[in-house]
Design a protein around this ligand. Sequence first.
Ligand code: SAH
Length: 364
Amino acid sequence: MGRTPSSFRKIDKSLSHSDISHMLSLRDPLANRRLLDAAYWAKSRTLGRTVFLRGLIEISNVCRRNCFYCGIRRDNASVKRYQLTQDQILDAARLAHASGFGSIVLQGGERKDAAFVDFIARTLTRIRQETDRQLGITLSLGEQSADTYGTWFRHGADRYLLRLETTNPDLFRNFHPDDQIYADRLECLAHLRRIGYQVGTGVMIGLPGQTPDDLADDILFFKEHDIDMVGMGPFIPHPDTVHAPLIAGFDRRRQLQLSLRMIALTRLVLPDVNIAATTALQALDPEGRELGLKAGANVVMPNLTDAAHRGDYLLYPGKPQLDEASPAGQADLRETIGMLGEQIGFGLRGDPLHFSRRLRSGRA
Ligand code: SAH
């Protein structure tokens, strides 16, 4: 890459809490544009012009938790519950492999029973066998014991994504029942790291009552905790939750813009981590994901869940139902990303640069 244009250089330095908080609140369109451009520049310079694909397989919407904001929380009786079979998961993993997606994500509601732990372990073994160990595998299956995390790691999972949702413990308490404790999630992240996973976390952006100072804290938390991957997305009120009354006044545009600034500032503070342009961005704007990439994200997660179940995994409303696994869907994706001046890292696992640097520097 060439040199940083001088107008960007001012932003591209060590940012303080008050700088971040101030920039999260930018309203002036030109200043906003400059911020996003600076982040894209930082991403391109550090990581090149490559976007990595993670095929998303939503393995089950059965969940023992009752997070107030989430469409698949345990007490939402209007959800039709499903659990993919091992063969269905394997089909999706093979499709990802055959399509040159370097990695997959197995995501689902939280279960901790022995049968589930074992099911995931056996599924990991089969995925590894049948894809020549070439796929990077991320799990996103909530809070588990250190033993379970260890078992899944030994069976072939490389990465784990567990969002803190917010790093403000008071705010966390507002959005979760009493049996969900912020400190437990922190402990889970510590276990994951000790075991050797590439560790991902993230937050919801624009939660009711969340301030720019909170979001600035979140970014600095990612830095202080040496996080390898960040998955964040806008909060979107779901009709089957306590947040239903917020739907009428929900300002999608404002929420999208705030999310893009959050991605951009995260990229400026953490130039070498992987940041996903998440599906929730697309739920707010058909081009949300591309806008996320232009704001410094470097990962997209095409949905590989089969069409029969996808409609039952609605964490938030308006989730796009694109068929990105089909040849036409894949061609579209390639074209869209190509038009941004980026190329897809086909066949590459896309491990976070931050992870290899932290191993090299002995910060395991
Ligand atoms: N059970 C797993 C993964 C599934 S939930 C876990 O807890 O890690 C995945 C993510 O969806 C959550 O971490 C949350 O950040 C997001 N999510 C849930 N409800 C949402 C909503 N209403 N708006 C935006 N994101 C939401």
